[in-house]
Design a protein around this ligand. Structure first.
Ligand code: HEC
Ligand code: HEC
Length: 300
């Protein structure tokens, strides 16, 4: 009897092992997609790559973003093979995010905030790509950028990068707490607060010495406030809890609501983070050097 039972047992055991392997691979995929969606929301990819005002399809191309350097459009980055990025390898995706270079070697304009995304870890970039590639491909032509001279010369972006691109990934600061480092990673790499809240040089680089100290001419010519902990010109009077709350609910300590671009940052971004991550952002903001700086008058 044994010589019959044994192969059956082996087959059954192998079958169980095989099923378990397939199942854990599927579970790993689901977990990667969930992590990817979290990165995607935190980083606001859809804010620029989806034309929400016109109810455009997810990642099928964004609305105009007006800046002092020209009008930019976030292209179609859905996984469509021709119109989107569906043919990109993982390495090409990581290179675009970390170095601002297309698979064909074109330099991207820094209106694509890769000066921040460069700090993402490889693991987060891989999960992000997996999530984007799980979304529906969109058959829609990307709009053309409308730039004035000299910003219409892509080679100029190379120069810009030598001046302003500090390539990542983010490196933890050993003298800071884990919570501070998580906050720094969220603010500097993912949620890219600095791209709007930090003033820029004439060439469009973020002025690191005035990190988060307000930007008189942000995207869409918005005046973007100083969010360093200066009590007169920044948000120094906000308590830690008030900062956390505003990033969850969009309501400011004085009862006002965030408007314009900041409303999108909260609704589609920070409101979807874990409570621990919102706290880490607030801890990081509270620990910034307080910079006393009122916004200068707009130049245009
Ligand atoms: C502030 C607006 C903005 C945000 C936020 C943004 N992008 Fe973009 N992105 C752009 C613009 C503008 C371009 C076009 C740059 C150019 O043409 O040089 C671009 C280009 C790209 C490209 C190159 C597409 C191609 O066809 O070559 C990729 C990939 C990309 N973005 C991915 C992302 C991902 C992923 C996120 C979220 C982590 C994201 N972007 C967030 C504005 C944005
Ligand atoms: C796309 C541009 C953009 C990004 C990215 C952005 N903000 Fe803002 N933020 C704004 C604008 C515009 C306002 C002014 C909103 C208003 O007038 O209601 C603002 C206002 C604020 C305020 C209110 C300050 C005050 O004195 O009233 C806080 C706090 C703030 N942002 C924090 C953040 C944090 C933290 C991040 C990153 C998680 C961030 N912002 C990312 C555009 C942005």
């Amino acid at each position: 009897m044994f010589h019959i039972g044994r192969p059956v047992f082996v087959v059954a055991a192998f079958g169980t092992l095989f099923a378990a392997t397939v199942m854990s691979a599927a579970a790993a995929d689901t977990a990667a997609l969930e992590r990817g969606k979290y990165i995607f929301d935190a980083s606001g990819c859809a804010n620029c790559h989806t034309d929400r005002a016109k109810k455009g399809p997810l990642l099928g191309g964004g609305a105009a973003i007006k800046t002092p350097f020209g009008t930019f459009y976030g292209p179609n980055i859905s996984p469509h093979p021709e119109r989107g990025i569906g043919k990109w390898s993982e390495a090409q995706f990581i290179r675009a995010m970390r170095k601002g270079v297309s698979p064909g070697g074109r330099h991207y304009y820094p209106a694509f905030p890769y000066a921040s995304f460069t700090l993402m870890t490889d693991g987060d970039l891989k999960d992000l790509k997996a999530y984007i590639f799980s979304l529906p491909p969109i058959d829609r032509q990307s709009p053309k950028q409308e730039l004035g001279f000299p910003y219409n010369i892509r080679a100029g972006v190379w120069l810009w990068k030598t001046l302003y691109l500090e390539e990542g990934p983010y490196k933890s600061k050993a003298d800071k707490s884990a919570e501070w480092n998580r906050g720094a990673y969220l603010v500097e790499a993912l949620t890219h607060c600095g791209e709007c809240h930090t003033p820029r040089t004439a060439l469009g680089g973020m002025k690191r010495s005035l990190w988060l100290a307000g930007n008189a001419q942000g995207p869409d010519n918005e005046r973007i406030p100083n969010i360093t902990p200066d009590s007169g010109t920044g948000i120094g009077k906000w308590s830690l809890e008030e900062i956390i709350d505003s990033l969850e609910t969009g309501t400011l300590p004085d009862g006002d609501e965030f408007g314009s671009l900041m409303a999108d940052v909260v609704t589609h971004g920070t409101a979807k983070l874990t409570a621990a991550d919102r706290r880490a952002i607030a801890v990081y903001l509270k620990a910034l050097p307080a910079i006393q700086r009122s916004l200068p008058k707009p130049t245009k």
